[in-house]
Design a protein. Structure first.
Ligand code: CS2
Length: 487
């Protein structure tokens, strides 16, 4: 088993943490210790820890979900002393395996909420980062405001000293710091959102305001919420993948992570209480992240869900299969070059066509074996986040809507859970209830356009778009995806 005590005899070819773990502090608390965080932020921080003067920046991981799964995950982390292996694979199959030691501790919030609050209030905690998914910020897309009316937020507002949501925890942690005269921490969103720092600001200050106006004003004045663009394709790890990874590495790791060799992190340098020397390990610090994030979200993420929906309908299950299909590759290229790229304000020095070509090569990485069901999971939130700007600009400029409509149609048809070969699969849509999901099977093919996924452009005149979506859905049903693809 991978543990602190086995670090001295790792199999050949596996790199151990390059620092003394016992000396590593707990400067960062992270909510949402999923595979992406473990392949991205934790990997950057891990390399920082090997540099002189950086030992304060170890990570405390926090899991918010209890239940059997949450408990099992916490148990695995605790058993392995927070250690896990990361396998990075290139498109040509070359791989590198390292043991990541940056996460020093894992706290399961429902099991011990006070331990999490103590950690948040501790002066040693100087950054609170999070990967809580695109849909996790509880923002009403129509108003842009934090939603106070959900049961989870209502419960935290009614009992703010015993919170259960990330908003409740972070704001209670900040309240304790303010009361104790301790400087606040930076709140760092690492989710794929438009202006993720601003959205995090809206969310946390919005929650605090509903609780205590003075505290909200203090947070507003003293806490920083840097924007960031995060990027690394990190597939899910099922039992078969876990076994294959362990077989290849020679490790006995219950929590291995797999990722592509590419990684990018662009950050605004606004940290109110210090930060690790991330610039020394490849993180780019810029004044304005917006352009980088437009490129990433509207090209990679939007392309992902587009190819994901079309691919699932055609009977594919993996990302690389979609770009190996000449029709889908052509369609994705048309979407990027004709719809997405002309509307992106790319930062100086970023060549969108180079970016597009690199995307195709990244998507073709077979060793990553990224599943289309993962890519499309929570599509209702992703469509909203990844497509809204492109759709709004296209509507405003009277731009050709065919490909966009076809993408929306494919997403809706995909939700029906049956591919063109008649095989079924189970789309993962945690935010949609049964009535909403039933809309995709309604006889009225426009009915599903009422889903919140499309709220981002509902205030505009969408008649032409809606009609094109209905036509595309009919074409997909009658002639199949391939025949229906806009030329
Ligand atoms: C994917 C992302 O699930 C998705 O929406 O597009 O997880 C994607 O793999 C990452 O954003 C890559 O950085």
């Amino acid at each position: 088993m991978l543990k602190e005590t086995t670090l001295n005899h790792l199999p050949a070819g596996v790199q151990a943490p390059q620092y003394r773990r016992a000396e590593v502090g707990r400067g960062i608390v992270h909510f949402g210790v999923g595979n992406f965080f473990r392949a991205h932020e934790a990997w950057y921080v891990d390399r920082c820890l090997a540099l002189p003067g950086q030992s304060a920046w170890g990570i405390v991981g926090v899991g918010l979900n209890g239940g059997r799964r949450g408990e099992a995950k916490a148990h695995e982390f605790q058993q392995q002393d927070g250690l896990y292996s990361l396998t990075e694979v290139a498109a040509d199959g070359a791989r590198r395996v390292s043991v990541i030691g940056a996460p020093r501790e894992y706290l399961l919030a429902p099991a011990d909420p006070e331990a999490v609050l103590r950690r948040l209030a501790d002066p040693g905690t100087r950054i609170v980062s999070m990967t809580i998914t695109e849909g996790g910020y509880n923002i009403n897309e129509k108003t842009g405001e934090f939603r106070l009316d959900t049961p989870a937020i209502q419960a935290d507002l009614a009992n703010p000293r015993r919170p259960a949501t990330v908003f409740g925890y972070v704001v209670e942690g900040l309240r304790r710091r303010r009361e104790a005269g301790v400087a606040p921490f930076t709140v760092l969103s690492c989710d794929n959102l438009r202006s993720n720092g601003h959205i995090a600001h809206t969310a946390f200050v919005g929650y605090a305001r509903a609780l205590d106006a003075d505290l909200a004003a203090w947070i507003n004045a003293n806490v920083t919420f840097p924007c960031s663009m995060v990027d690394r394709i990190t597939p899910g790890v099922d039992t078969a993948t876990r076994n294959a990874l362990n077989e290849a590495s020679g490790l006995e790791d219950d929590l291995p992570v797999l990722a592509e060799d590419f990684s990018q992190w662009v950050l605004e340098d606004r940290f109110c209480n210090g930060r690790p020397a991330l610039e020394k390990v490849g993180v780019e610090f810029v004044d304005d992240v917006a352009g980088y994030e437009q490129v990433k979200v509207r090209m990679l993420n939007a392309g992902h869900i587009l190819l994901g929906a079309l691919g699932l309908l055609l009977g594919y299950r993996y990302a690389h299969e979609t770009v190996e299909d000449a029709d889908l590759e052509r369609f994705a290229n048309a979407y990027w070059t004709l719809d997405a790229m002309p509307l992106i304000d790319a930062p100086a020095g970023v060549d969108l066509d180079v970016y597009r070509r690199r995307l195709l090569s990244r998507f073709s990485n077979r060793a990553v074996a990224d599943t289309l069901l993962r890519i499309c999971s929570d599509g209702a939130s992703k469509v909203q986040v990844f497509w809204t700007d492109t759709v709004r600009r296209a509507l405003a400029r009277g731009h050709d809507l065919e490909r966009i409509a076809f993408g929306i149609a494919a997403y809706l048809e995909m939700l029906r859970g049956r591919d063109e070969r008649g095989e079924t699969y189970s789309p993962v849509e945690p935010t949609l209830d049964a009535d909403q999901l039933a809309l995709v099977n309604a006889t009225d093919l426009a009915a599903a356009l009422a889903l919140p996924a499309f709220d981002g452009w509902r205030d505009m005149d969408t008649t032409a778009l809606d009609q094109a979506v209905v036509r595309a859905r009919r074409a997909i049903r009658e002639h199949g995806v391939r025949a229906g693809l806009p030329r």
